[in-house]
Design a protein around this ligand. Structure first.
Ligand code: BGC
Ligand code: ZN
Length: 377
């Protein structure tokens, strides 16, 4: 079968490779689930892998199959699988257990190992291929009514984990009752974090670079968040006009923003950092003032990466809530669809240069005969 392949560390190496068809028996004890990939979303991590800045091939391969935001349909299950049946739509969890104590209790997203295993990113092939076999513990079932939107679940799970961490940490305050949130960044992650926080009833300001109106600002305003451009307002203005912020979620990809955010966080507030900044940028900061405000204000800052099964499940609930509350809104986030694995160049060109893109999706199954249970294609 076909797969898109990239040699990590080698720019311009994207191509098609062929892989053997996976077999149900590759998982022990009759616990295999054979999944046909329907569609895969692309994000900044795929772009970094494409740009040869990130990613690692599985052992025994000189290439990595990218794609970690995969929606598929179950084609067959082993004899000891009761959780899933053919026709079910599924999304696979990205990170798999390593060896640390967190990995051993089912929290590989908190691994302390230096090498980690992530499908489509690090040492495990991803979903830009035709089929894969996995076990039910790593597959999340998507209700059929949400099937098309299931491709958004993985990035939503990242926002869910960050917000869940904030609430978990703030139990220290016994009666924490957050009212106002600021989300820094209006890309897919910022939009999803805004969605998750709006669904929890917070007043949300989403701070982006570009001046409104444009699609991203319209989308966040459509769910009742305010959009503010840093070309028109400083973060200090934003705090004065919309703050103070009990919860802040940073997802701009621009690390100096973190230190600005630290200065506008409310007392007893929590700042969640989610940008994977692979560069080597440095910045000068007012360290006494920032430190003092953190100490006197009992503030917390936390980094978050990846997501556990629990966060994916919260994401499914929020997908359903968002679609019920703002019908059609989630679908508007999918701005570009590329038909088939063979159009990989078009997909990565869009990823690197389409300024109006929010979510680019590769319709992997396009062209293949659709089964009764896989609607679009
Ligand atoms: C993925 C996460 C992953 C992170 C770091 C993100 O794009 O969505 O699952 O943990 O990259 O590799
Ligand atoms: Zn991602």
């Amino acid at each position: 079968m076909q797969a898109i392949a990239i040699t990590p560390g080698q720019a311009g190496s994207v191509r098609l490779e062929s892989l053997p068809q996976p077999s149900l028996d590759s998982e022990a004890d009759g616990r295999g689930v054979l999944v046909r990939v329907l569609r895969v979303g692309l994000d900044g991590t795929d772009r970094e892998i494409y740009d040869a800045k990130y990613g690692a091939a599985p052992s025994g391969y000189d290439f990595l199959v990218p794609g970690h935001e995969g929606l598929g349909v179950v084609e067959a299950v082993g004899e000891n699988v009761t959780e899933l049946a053919p026709g079910d739509h599924v999304v696979a969890i990205v990170r798999r257990p390593g060896t640390s104590r967190y990995d051993r209790i089912g929290l590989p997203d908190f691994t302390t190992d230096d090498t980690y295993f992530e499908h489509g990113i690090s040492r495990l092939h991803g979903y830009l291929t035709e089929r894969y076999v996995d076990t039910p513990e790593y597959l999340i079932r998507i209700p059929v009514a949400l099937a098309d939107l299931g491709v958004l679940l993985e990035p939503i799970s990242i926002a869910e984990k960050g917000v869940a961490q904030a609430y978990e940490i703030q139990r220290r305050l016994r009666i924490w009752d957050p009212r106002r949130a600021a989300v820094l960044g209006a890309g897919p992650l910022g939009i999803f974090a805004s969605m998750v926080l709006r669904l929890r009833g917070l007043a949300v300001v989403t701070v982006g670079l570009d001046e409104p109106p444009y699609l991203n600002s319209e989308l966040v305003e459509a769910i009742g968040a305010h959009y503010v451009s840093t070309k028109q307002r400083s973060l200090a203005d934003v705090r004065r006009e919309h703050g103070p912020f009990d919860l802040m979620f940073e997802g701009t990809g621009y690390s100096p923003m973190v230190f600005d955010a630290m200065q506008v966080l409310a007392k007893d507030g929590v700042l969640v950092l989610s940008s994977v900044t692979g560069g080597d940028r440095t910045t000068e900061v007012p360290s006494d003032a920032i430190n003092l405000s953190f100490v006197l204000g009992n503030k917390v800052m936390v980094g978050t990466v990846n997501a556990s099964r629990e966060n994916f499940e919260a994401g499914v609930r929020d997908l359903a809530m968002a679609e019920a509350q703002w019908p059609g809104w989630l679908g508007r986030l999918i701005t570009h669809r590329v038909a088939g694995l063979g159009n990989y160049r078009q997909a990565f060109d869009l990823l690197t240069s389409a300024h109006d893109a929010i979510k680019i999706v590769v319709e992997v199954a396009a062209g293949e005969p659709a089964t009764a249970s896989s609607p679009a294609g």
